[in-house]
Design a protein around this ligand. Structure first.
Ligand code: OGA
Ligand code: ZN
Length: 383
């Protein structure tokens, strides 16, 4: 059973129950009211602006009945109903003791050991949607990477994978691009060269957040793919040498692609990106498109290069990577803000042809969250 007290100032209330003590400000509570005058019932969007809430708002009275708490506010003379369980879920009254480089609780850091249980979905099964799709999306969200197998060996099939969760992000490479050896390649990806583990297109702002590579031919020797958890690499760097981690997070690198006449793409972003509260949110790493770094002060440049070198060594370490060979009709999807991909060189007899495209992580995340919410709702309706 919870108990609720109002601070004499009226500025906040305190809820104490078996799970602890949590305080909520009057202004926060009022702003988060869900009554039909505050939020449109049809779409959940807020109807008022902060200017509509008096700056001197205070809590005058509370009335607790089971899981419902009615809170009265002055000077509006308004009563708003909250569920205690909603307040618990959205509590913000905790000590912020998270280290620089903390990661979201719903993701899991991985290394080569993931090889034994690579998140994989069967093409036709995923297309049917339902729990198989939900499960695959949850794994892609958790590991930032997933494979699809038993797809058709048909150009354009990669779009059916995008359709599972979102929309194609078109770029100067087209709605999709063909990854195979070309005579005058506009990108080193379109050669037989090995490619060091990288995130794609760090020279874009914003960067494409999801990448799909779909195999149509792979009879040439070589050309195996590797993926590396960039967050695992960044955290390992932090453990080994905090100054290395910090210098890559604190200064912007620069990336550029001007591989054909019509484009000149440039960006200025750090290799390790942290949110203001230290959350690790993105990694950018691409030896091919890194350009002259000019945002690191002279007295930090040696340290920066030592850190960049070590970060690359960790990324290249086989203990970090999952290796696989894509067969025709197989594909992989990566969170391009987190997971790096690589390819071994190939040459000689036979052919290799992948189709690639980009999509957006917010779309993937939204499909996953909406499916989850609807599943929970169905379960509640049945109960
Ligand atoms: C790419 C790429 C890898 C491959 O096109 O971005 O990294 O396996 N290709 O060819
Ligand atoms: Zn790539």
């Amino acid at each position: 059973m919870a108990s609720v007290t109002i601070d004499p100032s009226g500025e906040y209330l305190t809820i104490i129950n078996s799970t602890g003590r949590r305080r909520f400000h009057a202004i926060w509570l009022r702003d988060n009211a869900s009554d039909p005058q505050t939020r449109a019932p049809e779409n959940g969007q807020r109807l008022i602006a902060l200017r509509d809430i008096p700056h001197d708002i205070s809590i005058t009275k509370t009335d607790l009945n089971g899981d419902t708490l009615d809170v009265s506010f002055a000077p509006e003379d308004k009563v708003v109903r909250f569920d205690i369980s909603w307040l618990e879920e959205h509590a913000y009254d905790q000590a912020p003791s998270r280290p620089r480089g903390w990661v979201a609780p719903d993701i899991e850091i991985w290394d080569a050991e993931l090889t034994a249980h690579v998140p994989t979905g069967d093409f036709e099964t995923l297309l049917r949607g339902g729990s198989a799709l939900l499960n695959w999306l949850s794994l892609v969200n958790r590991y930032g990477f997933g494979k699809v197998t038993h797809g058709p060996v048909k150009p354009g099939a990669l779009f059916q994978i995008v359709d599972l969760f979102g929309y194609v992000r078109e770029t100067n490479y087209g709605r999709h691009f063909d990854v195979r050896t070309e005579v005058n390649p506009t990108n080193l990806a379109f050669t037989g060269m090995g490619l060091q583990a990288h995130t794609d297109n760090p020279y874009r702002d914003p960067v494409p957040t999801v990448q799909i590579l779909y195999c149509l031919e792979s009879s040439a020797a070589g050309g195996d793919n590797m993926v590396v958890d960039g967050f695992a690499a960044a955290l390992r760097l932090r453990e080994e040498n905090e100054a290395y981690f910090n210098v890559l997070a604190n200064y912007s690198a620069r990336f550029e692609y001007a591989g054909d006449q019509s484009v000149c793409l440039t960006s200025r972003r750090p290799m390790i990106e942290l949110a203001p509260d230290g959350e690790l949110i993105a990694v950018r790493f691409n030896n091919r498109s890194l350009t002259a770094i000019t945002d690191v002060p002279f007295d930090k440049m040696s340290l920066y290069y030592a850190a960049y070198r070590r970060f690359g060594e960790i990324i290249d370490n086989q203990e970090m990577e999952v290796t696989f060979r894509l067969n025709p009709g197989e594909a992989f999807v990566v969170d391009n803000t987190r997971v790096l991909h690589a390819r071994k060189g190939y040459s000689g007899q036979g052919s290799r042809w992948l189709q690639g495209c980009y999509a957006d992580k917010d779309g993937l995340r939204s499909t996953y969250d909406a499916m989850r919410r609807n599943q929970n709702k169905d379960a509640a309706d049945e109960a």
